[in-house]
Design a protein around this ligand. Sequence first.
Ligand code: DX5
Ligand code: ZN
Length: 216
Amino acid sequence: MPIIAPSLLSANFLHLEKDCKMLNESMADWFHLDVMDGRFVPNISFGPMLVEFFRKATKKTCDVHLMIADPGNYAEAFKNAGADILTVHVEACPHLHKNIQQIKSLGMKAGVAINPATPIESLKDIISEIDLICIMSVNPGFGGQKFIPQTIEKIKALRKIINEKGYNVLLEIDGGVTLENALSILAAGADVLVAGNTIFKSSYPKETIQKLKQLS
Ligand code: DX5
Ligand code: ZN
């Protein structure tokens, strides 16, 4: 069964307690927390303070997706806030290996995200060191965008490499995941589905999570 990681970016921030409760009662596996700085991406979301509130509101894994420049300056703050997985972007990290070592030495799982235009080859020399690859299937910055279909080929190619070499790394797909396209994303080889709008804009979010969970 896939790992389902609802993106809280699409939650109603006036009803966060209610939305956290709903997720806690649901079949969701992780809380996907999207941090944006207005520099690496053209939007600003939230930082460690809110992650700390989410941490207190759930026992589920807090999967923190950093869409920020200079993530190394903030890794410790996110560890203190309670992140379990910390994901940084290849495009934001000229010293990616160093960033990964830092995240792991702080005791978190390390993830690396790539934008739609970034080739999977950029992961070649780091893949054996990381716990999660986040393939962006939209340009990061906003929820509710349309899935970029070329992502499917990227997932297939990465799945092949992971299986052939036996890497212990999860493949997460982030952006535009719907009940309609989720099956083909899983068939291509994804392990983790991030979903924001599909879950939070649905009339029955818990049922939608269950449907995503029971696909494949
Ligand atoms: C986009 C974020 C995603 C986003 C997903 O920059 O990284 O996690 O919130 O939202 P949907 O599922 O609505 O595309
Ligand atoms: Zn994300």
